[in-house]
Design a protein around this ligand. Structure first.
Ligand code: RAM
Length: 330
């Protein structure tokens, strides 16, 4: 090897050693309820988009437990604290169980927000709801009621029993039922834990327990697919309408085969994107306090209420007329 060449190589090695390992300017962890959920994969795509758009070397760490449990998330939070991330943006499996771990993160200077599924006030600086909670509660009932002019029995297949987002929507739905949908009877609420197998079994259980069931409302993208598959397999299309919150790319086939008349959802890509926009502003020193406004980049902006929460946008509805178009996006 020529001397000059050798010299060039050793200079490059020395420079690399002096610079140390490449480090991102900001490390933002996007912690989800569980991995392997298409809804969260779409949110992670948006988070990456925001990081790129904001520039300055933001690293997004997309992580979550294999099943939707608070214990799994606590382990992850502790490891993110050890990694000294700058922000944790979490969709929580339990509003209360995560508070001590998230408090510890905040004590160490890590900015903490919840998005999608909220954490109790003491465990986060602010919470981003996808849409207004009452609006979602009313929407999921209306999706079923619109196809039941004479009323009828419905049941809810939810995610985990401690998921704050689904629980708040179900509470809002129950509140509006007697007032706006007096002919709709809610037979039961069951929990599939955002696990396909459990959701399938719970859907089967509902169908055998309630022979007059006219609709299954699943306000979870995992549960709604499982329920629609059961209705399809049991040849109940036309008898039981499956509705709720669904990812168009996963659910299109059930609109096509008639297992569902229609579903709703907000844009999950925008939600992950917004979570990173907010985290970045907090890292840069912006205070989360009632009345504060945060930019959501191309998505718009939000203003925090008295509980430091805000909502991103209204849900869209999908049916035969538009599911094709949206299924190509998310
Ligand atoms: C599932 C998750 C998520 C929820 C969506 C609608 O993917 O439970 O938290 O927002 O459904």
């Amino acid at each position: 090897m020529k001397l000059l060449h050798k010299l060039a190589i050793s200079t490059a090695i020395a420079a690399a050693l002096m610079a140390g390992p490449a480090s991102a300017a900001e490390k933002i962890a996007l912690v989800v309820k569980s991995l392997g959920n298409g809804f969260f994969d779409a949110a992670a795509k948006g988070a990456e988009e925001a990081a790129k758009e904001l520039g300055g070397g933001i690293e997004v760490i997309y992580t979550g437990p294999t099943s939707a449990t608070a214990e799994g998330q606590i382990e992850i939070i502790n490891s993110l604290i050890a990694q000294k991330v700058d922000a944790i943006a979490i969709s929580a499996n339990d509003p209360d169980a995560l508070v001590p771990a998230l408090k510890k993160a905040m004590d160490r200077g890590i900015k903490v927000i919840s998005w999608d599924s909220g954490v109790a006030k003491g465990g986060r600086m602010m919470h981003l709801n996808p849409s207004d909670t009452n609006l979602i509660g009313e929407t999921i009932i209306k999706l079923a009621a619109d196809h039941l002019p004479d009323g009828g029995e419905v049941a809810i297949l939810s995610a985990s029993s401690t998921a704050n987002n689904q629980n708040s929507w179900i509470e809002a739905a129950k509140k509006i039922l007697p007032e706006k949908f007096p002919k709709i009877k809610l037979d039961a609420v069951v929990y599939g834990d955002d696990d396909s197998v459990k959701s399938t079994n719970e859907a089967k259980g509902l169908i055998s327990s309630y022979p007059n069931l006219k609709a299954i409302i699943a306000p979870t993208t995992v549960g709604v697919v499982a329920a629609a598959q059961v209705v399809t397999d049991q040849k109940l299309i036309g008898k039981i309408n499956v509705t709720g919150l669904a990812l168009p790319s996963e659910f299109k086939k059930f609109i096509d085969n008639g297992a569902s008349q229609g579903v709703a959802l907000w844009n999950p890509i925008d939600l992950g994107y917004s979570a990173v926009y907010i985290s970045d502003q907090l890292i840069k020193g912006k205070k989360a306090e009632p009345g504060a406004s945060f930019s959501l980049g191309k998505v718009g902006s939000i203003k925090l209420d008295d509980n430091n929460t805000a909502a991103m946008a209204a849900p869209y509805q999908f049916d035969k007329s538009n599911i094709e178009k949206f299924s190509k996006i998310y």
